[in-house]
Ligand binder design. Structure first.
Ligand code: MEV
Length: 446
């Protein structure tokens, strides 16, 4: 093989064997193919059946990508104790969540409440007939849609869910003439429901097309319907949860040299800034999603869906706002968050992924509703910890402690060198250069 050629493109890659794929990759993109081949294979899961599951979940899988799987203990949520699984690559996230959980453990814990679990999807179509006529016959269409998907929805209905309602919507903001949406709301019980919803919506699209073709009250000119797409919406403001912590202000105690009153006042200011300034709000919400995503990933759920939904909810009134709020009325510190999301505890990866399954077991096999509340509580805890640091010590103190460990790992420091470095950098600024210099001098002095 001519190594001076630029990396090649390939056809039929997906049909190649796994080893064939790896060989093609290492030979075309790496300087030391044999070594990289071994490395990639090293990260295959030990149990062949587990690796096969991962291979089947995605396409062109050549290895696995390890991430730290951590737990944050001591989460008291509605009086029940949870040890929460978290998958994140960011130092300090789990330490911060754990520390906030511990802080609130002795102050009543987290109080959460499910608002609803309604999901929504749309069939988008263009139809050039009389809107009034469509509306006049809409109940008939609705009955047909329900009747002809009864088999598809039977299982979900047996579990207590299914289609909640079907509506017809015109969207004036969309600059397309004669454009309509069938708005379909669902309860998908303990599943996130994406497959169920999309299957039903695609069936609706077919039924809709047939309806215009055959219903006797439409003229020939009205038989033509252009179905554009049928898809769930990841914006699910009606699938929402509320999480809150509260205590008497004096119960907050002294925090990093600030009196409880001073801390509460500064805390509220920080939350209010995020409510009104987009620059702060985005970072503030990113901090919330540090915790949210970590649990969503650990339980095999779709973190892109949860993020997309949460951020859109943050801008629901036109200004992107911090998702959490704080009040200090009547001597009480209240800090809360409302978060929409769609997650599941059955279906998808949740039971298939070997570790996601264990995450759910660790949480006591929660229902989707309970999982939503756990996730929101962790998001709130994460936000509390971040803002607590920001308004007291600053976040770099904690971050740099973790960062120091990463640098020491990267430098291959021994245990003795690491211990000395941790002691030395207690009150000094950590940088790669400073740590490397310290290790060099330490070695020389021994
Ligand atoms: C860092 O990942 C998250 C924070 O920036 C969040 C915040 O500023 O609130 C600490």
């Amino acid at each position: 093989m001519n190594k001076s050629l630029p990396p090649k493109t390939i056809s039929g890659f997906s049909k190649m064997s796994k080893l064939g794929k790896i060989r093609w990759i290492v030979e075309n993109f790496f300087k030391d193919p044999e070594r990289v081949m071994q490395e990639l294979k090293q990260y295959w899961l030990h149990r062949e059946e587990d690796q096969k599951i991962l291979d089947a979940i995605s396409e062109n899988t050549i290895t696995t990508f390890p991430m730290p799987y951590s737990v944050a203990p001591n989460f008291i949520i509605n009086g029940r104790t949870y040890c929460v699984p978290m998958v994140t690559e960011e130092s300090s996230v789990v330490a911060a969540a754990s520390s906030a959980a511990k802080f609130w453990m002795t102050r009543g814990g987290f109080h959460t409440e499910l608002i609803d679990v309604e999901k929504v999807g749309h069939v988008h179509f263009v139809w050039r007939g009389e809107e009034a006529k469509l509306r006049q016959h809409f109940d008939e269409l609705k009955a047909l849609l329900l009747e002809q998907t009864a088999e598809l929805t039977a299982n979900m209905r047996k579990r207590g869910g299914g289609i909640r309602d079907i509506d017809l919507r015109t969207v004036v903001e969309v600059p397309i003439a004669h454009y309509y949406q069938l708005v379909v709301t669902f309860d998908t019980c303990d599943s996130m429901g994406a497959n169920f919803i999309n299957t039903v919506l695609e069936a609706f699209a077919r039924i809709l097309r047939q309806y215009f073709l055959t219903a006797p009250h439409f003229s020939d000119a009205e038989r033509d319907v252009e179905i554009l797409m049928a898809i769930l919406s990841n914006y699910t403001p009606q699938s929402r949860v509320h999480a809150e912590v509260r205590c008497a202000i004096e119960e907050l105690g002294e925090i990093e040299g600030y009196s409880a009153e001073e801390f509460a006042r500064r805390f509220k200011m920080a939350i209010d800034i995020a409510r009104h300034d987009i620059y702060r709000a985005v970072t503030h919400n990113k901090g919330i999603f540090n915790g949210v995503d970590a649990v969503v990933i650990a339980t095999g759920n779709d973190f892109r869906a949860v993020e997309a939904c949460g951020h859109s909810y943050a801008v629901q009134d036109g200004l992107y706002r911090g998702l959490s709020q704080c009040s200090l009325d009547d001597g009480t510190f209240r800090f809360w968050l409302e978060l929409p999301m769609a997650v599941g505890t059955v279906g998808g990866l949740t039971r298939l992924h070997p570790i996601a399954r264990r995450s759910l077991e660790l949480l006591g096999f929660p229902s989707a509703k309970e999982l939503m509340q756990i996730i929101a509580a962790v998001g709130l805890a994460q936000n509390f910890a971040a803002v607590r640091s920001l308004i007291t010590t600053g976040i770099q103190k904690g971050h740099m402690k973790m960062h120091l460990n990463n640098i020491l790992l990267e430098l291959g420091a021994t245990e003795e060198q690491s211990r000395a470095a941790v002691e030395y950098f207690k009150d000094k600024t950590v940088s790669y250069r400073a740590v490397a210099d310290f290790i060099r001098q330490f070695k020389n002095s021994c």
